[in-house]
Design a protein around this ligand. Structure first.
Ligand SMILES: [Zn+2]
Length: 100
C-alpha cells in the first residue's frame, strides 16, 4: 500500500464485484443503490453507493450470489434481483466474445 507519485493524472481503479479483478473504471459498469432500488448506471453519475462490475454474465452470476449486496451494504430485494437478472440476460458470456 505504498503511495506512488505519478507524473500523470491517476486513472481511477475499481474492483469488479464478480471476479475481484482491478481495472480502470472505464472497463467496468457501475451499479448503484438509489432510494428507488438498484440501478445499472452506465454514466457513473447517479448518487448513491456504487459497485463496479464487468459486463459479462460470469461476473454477474457471482455478484448476485452475495458480493454485490455486500459491496452495496444492502440486501437485494426480489425486485432488484429481477432487474439485475434481466440485465444479465443481455450480457455476453465473457468479454472475449463482446460484440460491438
Ligand atoms: Zn469481473
Amino acid at each position: 500500500m505504498k503511495k506512488q507519485k505519478l507524473p500523470r493524472k491517476h486513472i481511477p481503479q475499481r474492483t469488479c464485484v464478480g471476479c475481484r479483478e482491478v481495472l480502470s473504471k472505464k472497463e467496468l459498469v457501475r451499479i448503484v443503490r438509489t432510494s428507488e432500488g438498484i440501478l445499472v448506471d452506465p454514466t457513473g453519475k447517479l448518487n448513491g453507493r456504487g459497485a463496479y462490475i464487468h459486463l459479462q454474465k460470469e461476473c454477474w452470476e457471482r455478484a448476485l450470489k452475495g458480493s454485490l449486496s455486500k459491496a452495496l451494504k444492502t440486501e437485494l430485494s426480489e425486485q432488484d434481483k429481477k432487474y439485475l437478472e434481466a440485465y444479465e440476460l443481455n450480457l455476453p458470456e465473457s468479454t472475449s466474445r463482446l460484440q460491438d
